[in-house]
Design a protein around this ligand. Sequence first.
Ligand code: CP
Ligand code: NVA
Length: 309
Amino acid sequence: MSVASLKGRDLLSMADLTAEEVLTLLQLAADMKAGKVNLRCENKVLGLLFSKASTRTRVSFSVAMCQLGGQVLDLNASVTQVGRGEPTVDTARVLDRYLDVLAIRTFEQQELETFAHYAKIPVINALTDLEHPCQVLADLQTAQEEFGQLEGITLTYVGDGNNMANSLLLGCALTGMNVRIASPEGYRPDPAIVAKAEAIAAGRSEVLITSDPEIAAKGSHVLYTDVWASMGQENEAESRLPVFQPYQVNQPLLSLADPKAIVLHCLPAHRGEEITESVMEGPQSRIWDEAENRLHAQKALLACVLGAK
Ligand code: CP
Ligand code: NVA
């Protein structure tokens, strides 16, 4: 099984996928995890061009490509001409001639879009300031493992309306999940993405943006959080602490959720800030399964965009 429509395609935003493509990708990821499917991408080469730090995304993409029988090249800016300012439009056209697929982690979504425009090979968003779709594929896989389905399940994200909040809004709306985002005023998700999620949900599922974490958490099946200051915002970390303190995922907040609720965090986490140690290490946490699923979800994605048989 593979999603034939994804062959040769970019994944720049969660909204680049249809609902059917997401669900088929998740099924393929589950089958790969269970060892039921063994697709091959021999002689294919994945380039990783990362301008920000990464543990999970870098390692899970590398291991996924190795398990598919392909190769990985780390195109770290400090060892390529990227770090010396070679224009994106030139780098993109050159890498296109060597690689079969390129995963990019950067700041501006626009830079990713420029790469995708100038490179004909599939370009995958490995995190920008706007979105983190690969993480959301793993998050949805983890929720599906727990609840057996996504439609009708409610996910509540508490914290900064950042790249994670944006991609979760789209991913949940696409799969028929109810999605609630609780963020302080001034830190809400991207308005254009909220509008897109509302259009996708089209009244069939809930899209709620609120500043009240308790209302958002009530009866929810998945409680999700992320750091209060993302990569590139380190200088705001201190000043954000008092603003975000009421948005901590802790035991009292978790007790408002459905009794069978699970807790997710994309990681890395700051224990004692956006999540408490006891919730992170508690029985409702599925954070380590979620991290593992990065491997399976991205392996499915790579196999599909490379048209593996
Ligand atoms: N969740 C995530 O993308 O982790 P890394 O920054 O370590 O890749
Ligand atoms: N919002 C975080 C996610 C890290 C995986 C960041 O952008 O730093």
